[in-house]
Design a protein around this ligand. Structure first.
Ligand code: SF4
Ligand code: SF4
Ligand code: FES
Length: 567
C-alpha cells in the first residue's frame, strides 16, 4: 500500500494503482474517457489531467503510477484549465446531436461536459462529417456512427485484449481518424456488444436496443443470466412490465465487466408469455380455468395414482432453470410427501465462456460454462436426483414402465422437447402436468398447463459452475393470473399440508440453510450479500463505484457420485 495525498486528503491505495485511481479512492472525481480498469492504459484522451508535485508538466493521471508520499493536485487552476481545454477540443469535433443520440443519458461526454466543460461555446463552425461511416452496421449487434467517436480506443483495446479477436482498428489520420473494422470484416465475436458498452459516447450502440427506450426511463433489477452455468451477473432493465435489455453487472469473481452476446440477447425472450391462465385438456377439449380448479385436478390425479398404484407412481421432473428454492420445494413435495421421484436432466449445450479477471492478460483466461442452464448444482444440492441409468426418466424414455402422473416443472427443461419422439415418450404417462410460459410441443399435449412467470418475475438463488451461490431479484410483476414456480409449488403442496403459502423465496432459503449442503451460514439479506466482493486488483475501489456486485460466499458442494449420470 502507498500513502497518496489528493487535494489535501491522504489515502492509502494498493501498490500498482495509478494517480487516477488514487483520486477516485480519495473521493475526487477526475473526468476521463480512455481509462478502463480492465484495459491497458494508453493515455489517449488527455481528459484526466492533474498536477503532481515534483513533475514539472501537467500529467494524464491514468498514466502516472503512484508512489508512497505522492502529492496530487486534481482541482488546481492549472488542472482544471487543462481539462477544460480538452473538453473544448472534443466538443469542437463532436456533432452535439444528443437529442437524437441513443447514448444520451449514459454518455460520458455529456456528463463530463456538464461537470468539466466551459459554460459557453467559442465556436459555431460546421462539424466533421463522415459520410458512409455513420449509422452503419459493423457487425450483427453493433451500429457505428463515427461523427461521434472521440478516438479513445477503448473498443479497439476491448477487441484485442478481452475478446482477443482484434476486429477494430483506426483508419485514416489526424482529424480524419475513425474506428472501423479491418478490411470490412464484421465485428462479430462472442461478446461483440461489450464493445458498445465500453464506448463512452454514442459512436457504438447496440442494434437491438437502439431507440427502444430512453435510458432514464428504465428501472433496474439485479439478476443472473440463465443462459448457462457461468451465471453472469446482469442488470435487467425494464419499464412498464417490459424488459428492454440486460447490461452486465460488475463482479470480478464471475463475469467482471462482461456478458456474452448469447446471454445478453436472451433478455428479449423474457417478455414472451403465451399462457395467461391455467389450461385443462380432456375428452371434451381444451379450456382455460382458474388456479383452484387446476391445482385441485392435479391433486386428484396424484391421489388417484397413489391409491391405485402406490408409492413411486408419480414422477416430477425439475429443471436446471428453476431456482434452488423452487427445486427444494419440488424435491420435498414429490420426493418426501408424495413418496415419488423428483429428478433432473440438463442439456450440455454450446460452450459459453467469459473473460475471468483472475486470468487477466491471458487469452486462455476464461471462466467456462459446462451446461446450457444456470442451476444444476443448486437443484442437486436441494435434493433433485440427476437422471441417469436406472432413473425413472431414462426408463420412461426407453419404453419401460411409465409413471401414472408426470409433473414437469419447466416445459422447456431440455431442447429435446422439440423432438416428437421425445415428447411422445413423456406423454406415455397417463397424466401430464407442466409449468409453462411459452407454448412448445410438450405444452401442446399436456393435460394441465400451469402458467408461470419468467426469470424477470421471480427471485431466488442459483449456484454457478464455480459453486458460487448468487441471488437474483424480481424485475417486473408478472401478468395478473400468472404465478411464479415457487407460488405454484407452495399452493399445490398446501393441498397435502406440506407447505405454508405465505413462504417467500427468502423463507425457503433460510429453511434450506439447515438441510442443503453449502447453504449453511449464507445470508439472504441484501445488506450482507450485495456489496463489493473481495478486491482482486488495484482498480477495486473504482469497480465498486461502477456497480454493486451481488455474490454470496463460495458454496462447497460434496463431490458428484462416481458415474455421474446422463444429461
Ligand atoms: S468508437 Fe467509442 S470506444 Fe471506440 S474509439 Fe470511438 S469513442 Fe472510443
Ligand atoms: S456466459 Fe453464460 S451466463 Fe454469461 S452471459 Fe453468456 S450465457 Fe449468460
Ligand atoms: S483517461 Fe487518462 S488520458 Fe484518457
Amino acid at each position: 500500500m502507498a500513502k497518496v495525498t489528493v487535494d489535501g486528503r491522504t489515502v492509502e491505495v494498493p501498490d500498482g494503482s495509478n494517480a487516477l485511481e488514487a483520486c477516485r479512492a480519495a473521493g475526487v472525481d477526475v473526468p476521463h474517457f480512455c481509462y478502463h480498469p480492465r484495459l491497458s492504459v494508453v493515455g489517449q484522451c488527455r481528459m484526466c489531467m492533474v498536477e503532481v508535485e515534483g513533475m514539472p508538466k501537467i500529467q494524464a493521471s491514468c498514466t502516472v503510477p503512484i508512489r508512497d508520499g505522492m502529492v496530487i493536485h486534481a482541482s488546481s487552476e492549472k488542472a482544471l484549465a487543462a481539462r477544460n481545454a480538452t473538453m473544448e477540443f472534443l466538443l469542437i469535433n463532436h456533432p452535439l446531436d444528443c437529442p437524437i443520440c441513443d447514448q444520451a443519458g449514459e454518455c460520458k461526454l455529456q456528463d463530463n461536459a456538464f461537470a468539466a466543460g466551459l459554460p459557453v461555446s467559442r465556436t459555431s463552425e460546421p462539424r466533421r462529417q463522415f459520410p458512409g461511416y455513420d449509422r452503419t452496421d459493423i457487425g450483427p449487434h453493433v451500429v457505428a456512427d463515427m461523427t461521434r467517436c472521440i478516438q479513445c480506443t477503448r473498443c479497439i483495446r476491448f477487441c484485442q485484449e478481452i475478446a482477443g479477436t482484434g476486429e477494430l482498428t483506426f483508419i485514416e489520420r489526424g482529424g480524419h481518424t475513425i474506428v472501423w473494422t479491418h478490411e470490412g470484416r464484421a465485428l462479430d465475436n462472442e461478446w461483440s456488444a461489450c464493445a458498445a458498452d465500453v464506448c463512452p459516447v454514442g459512436a457504438l450502440t447496440v442494434k437491438e436496443f437502439r431507440f427502444r427506450k430512453r435510458v432514464w426511463w428504465l428501472e433496474k433489477a439485479s439478476s443472473v443470466c440463465d443462459g448457462c452455468d457461468v451465471g453472469c451477473n446482469v442488470s435487467i432493465e425494464h419499464r412498464d412490465r417490459v424488459v428492454h435489455r440486460y447490461l452486465p453487472r460488475v463482479n470480478p469473481e464471475v463475469n467482471d465487466f462482461w456478458i456474452c452476446d448469447y446471454g445478453r440477447f436472451r433478455a428479449e425472450g423474457l417478455n414472451g408469455q403465451d399462457f395467461l391462465r391455467p389450461v385443462l385438456r380432456g375428452a371434451s377439449g381444451e379450456r382455460e380455468t382458474n388456479w383452484g380448479e387446476a391445482l385441485d385436478s392435479v391433486k386428484g390425479a396424484v391421489d388417484a395414482a397413489l391409491a391405485e398404484a402406490g408409492e413411486g407412481s408419480v414422477l416430477a421432473l425439475g429443471s436446471a432453470r428453476l431456482s434452488t428454492e423452487e427445486s427444494w420445494l419440488l424435491a420435498r413435495l414429490f420426493g418426501e410427501t408424495l413418496k415419488g421421484r423428483a429428478e433432473l436432466t440438463v442439456d450440455d449445450g454450446e460452450l459459453r465462456r467469459i473473460r475471468n479477471p483472475k486470468a487477466r492478460g491471458s487469452f486462455e483466461g476464461f471462466l467456462k460454462g459446462r451446461e446450457a442452464a444456470p442451476n444444476s448444482r443448486g437443484a442437486e444440492a436441494a435434493g433433485l436426483v440427476r437422471a441417469g441409468k436406472d432413473s425413472a426418466l431414462e426408463k420412461l424414455l426407453a419404453g419401460g414402465p411409465a409413471p401414472r402422473v408426470l409433473y414437469v416443472a419447466d416445459a422447456a427443461f431440455t431442447y429435446r422437447v422439440k423432438d416428437p419422439e421425445y415428447v411422445a415418450a413423456l406423454r406415455r404417462a397417463p397424466v401430464l402436468v407442466v409449468h409453462a410460459r411459452t407454448r412448445n410441443a410438450l405444452t401442446d399435449v399436456a393435460d394441465v398447463v400451469l402458467p408461470v412467470a419468467s426469470l424477470a418475475g421471480k427471485e431466488g438463488t442459483f449456484v454457478n459452475v464455480q459453486g458460487r451461490v448468487q441471488r437474483f431479484d424480481v424485475a417486473i410483476v408478472p401478468p395478473p393470473v400468472v404465478r411464479t414456480d415457487l407460488e405454484v409449488l407452495l399452493h399445490l403442496g398446501r393441498r397435502w399440508g406440506a407447505f405454508d403459502t405465505r413462504w417467500t423465496a427468502r423463507d425457503i432459503f433460510e429453511r434450506m440453510r439447515g438441510s442443503v449442503d453449502g447453504y449453511a451460514g449464507l445470508e439472504w439479506d441484501a445488506e450482507s450479500i450485495v456489496g463489493a466482493p473481495p478486491s482482486v486488483s488495484p482498480a477495486a475501489a473504482y469497480d465498486s463505484l461502477l456497480a454493486e456486485p451481488l455474490s454470496l460466499p463460495e458454496l462447497v458442494l460434496p463431490a458428484a457420485p462416481a458415474g455421474g449420470g446422463a444429461k
